[in-house]
Design a protein around this ligand. Structure first.
Ligand SMILES: Nc1ncnc2c1ncn2[C@@H]1O[C@H](COP(=O)(O)OP(=O)(O)OP(=O)(O)O)[C@@H](O)[C@H]1O
Ligand SMILES: CC(=O)N[C@H]1[C@@H]2OC[C@@H](O2)[C@@H](O)[C@@H]1O[C@H](C)C(=O)O
Length: 398
């Protein structure tokens, strides 16, 4: 037997594994690196987040990724070059983190690498009958494995697509194992570039849990922060807090079939971008809004669409615990709007459950890798969008 397969077999049998989860999301702010200690699998999964760091992306890297990010037309050579380049960079970023934590690469069992989503195209979006749901993440796992010397699992989304899913959201698989609690209705609300939530009913029924995108989180806010403030984001929602919500624009922004579509569903910056806002502005004759009013309206757009989606799962008289994660939880204008509109929800952060809200998505990929290696026994029922699959492709260092 190849010694690397033997090593993988050994790792899969260990009572505890040390797995580095990586996530680089739609905000392009940086690479989240989460060093996790994970024991057991399935509903018995127990995760300790040992270390966490966000390695910021420099302006040049952001610009390089933006040449192809969420665009229908790109230079093919650029995509081809970025695939190994990002894989190697992510590998180097892992090594730098490990050095700063005084941990040797040999002390880590597995890297679980999400890669960089460059295009996401569910059928509902591309509308071309003969093609399936599709999504593309780059930063090939072979390069991560070669640079770090650590066995790497990557490209988690294709198996989901292969079984009829949209390739996202995958959070349901990790959230159910890590955060569900008998007797408590929980909603795990992640506000990254795109917002999504996982519904974990009090009966812990795996056949009912799901995660769905709700629409924009920060992606449009960030695009306008770059335009209006020349900054990556509107820190603490300061600009938005100075503006007034424009009802006509808000209503035009909310007119899109995505919001009425059934759960679970996904979207991305391919749909929710500045062109989307400009079209809504021209339709609602609000092209002359001040920057502050525009920002206030865009925050309310994110908040309203999150709340409308959450209300669809809420039952009258029930109390729901909302645990927030993702960068949007740091925007007080957004979180205050949510709390005001959801009086039957008690708000906290996943930090209250032992996992930092900034690290949660990176931890998810560590849990998905753990499940592929040591689990795979839980059935989520026979449902569209939550297939019973194990995810991630194996890359050996040599
Ligand atoms: N203090 C703050 N005030 C306002 N917004 C903030 C603050 N801190 C972070 N953010 C927002 O959070 C974003 C980063 O969020 P996060 O890292 O969760 O996104 P992501 O992982 O790239 O997205 P996704 O989950 O869609 O893949 C920033 O771009 C910014 O919009
Ligand atoms: C295609 C893609 O990369 N989607 C991301 C993105 O970021 C948030 C939201 O859109 C979510 O659907 C997904 O990531 C999380 C980790 C998920 O799959 O659950």
């Amino acid at each position: 037997m190849n010694s690397q397969i033997q090593q993988l077999y050994h790792i899969a049998q260990k009572p505890k594994r040390r797995i580095i989860g990586l996530m680089s999301g739609t905000s392009l702010d940086g690479l989240d690196v989460a060093l996790c200690r994970i024991s057991d699998s399935g509903p018995d999964t127990f995760v300790t987040l040992e270390r966490f760091s966000t390695v910021p992306y420099g302006d040049e890297l952001k610009a390089d990724i933006r040449t192809i990010f969420a665009k229908t037309e790109i230079e093919f050579e650029q995509l081809c070059l970025l695939n190994p380049y990002i894989g190697r960079l992510h590998g180097q970023m892992i090594l730098n983190c490990l050095r700063s934590w005084s941990i040797e690469p040999q002390e880590v069992d597995i890297v679980a690498s999400h890669g960089q989503t460059v295009y996401h195209a569910p059928k509902s979006q591309h509308r071309r009958d003969k093609f399936p749901n599709a999504t593309l993440q780059i930063g090939d796992g072979d390069h991560v494995a070669a640079v770090t010397g650590i066995i790497t699992l990557s490209d988690f989304r294709q198996k989901h697509v292969a079984h009829g899913g949209e390739g996202a959201p995958l959070a349901v698989y990790g959230d159910y194992f890590m955060f569900s609690k008998k007797g408590e209705n929980r909603l795990l609300l992640n506000m990254g570039g795109i917002a999504n939530f996982t519904y974990l009913p009090a009966d812990e029924d795996a056949n009912r849990v799901f995660t769905t995108d709700t629409g924009p989180g920060n992606t449009i806010l960030d695009a306008y922060a770059r335009k209006l403030l020349n900054k990556p984001y509107d820190e603490d929602g300061k600009l938005a807090a100075q503006g007034q919500i424009n009802a006509e624009l808000l209503s035009a922004l909310k007119t899109n079939p995505f919001f009425e579509a059934p759960f679970p569903k996904t979207t991305g910056p391919e749909v929710f971008n500045t062109a989307y806002v400009e079209e809504a502005q021209s339709r609602s004759q609000t092209t002359d809004l001040s920057g502050a009013d525009l920002m206030a309206t865009l925050v309310q757009f994110s908040a309203d669409t999150i709340v409308d989606a959450i209300k669809r799962v809420m039952q009258e008289g029930e109390i729901y615990q909302v645990y927030m994660s993702g960068g949007g939880m740091h925007n007080p204008v957004l979180t205050e709007a949510l709390q005001k509109m959801l009086p039957n929800c008690v708000f906290g952060r996943t930090d209250d459950l032992g996992i930092s809200g900034d690290a949660k998505e990176a931890v998810l990929f560590a849990v998905l890798a753990n499940e592929s290696l040591a689990g795979g026994k839980t059935s989520f029922g026979d449902r569209q969008g939550v297939p019973n699959v194990t995810m991630g492709k194996v890359s050996f260092p040599m």
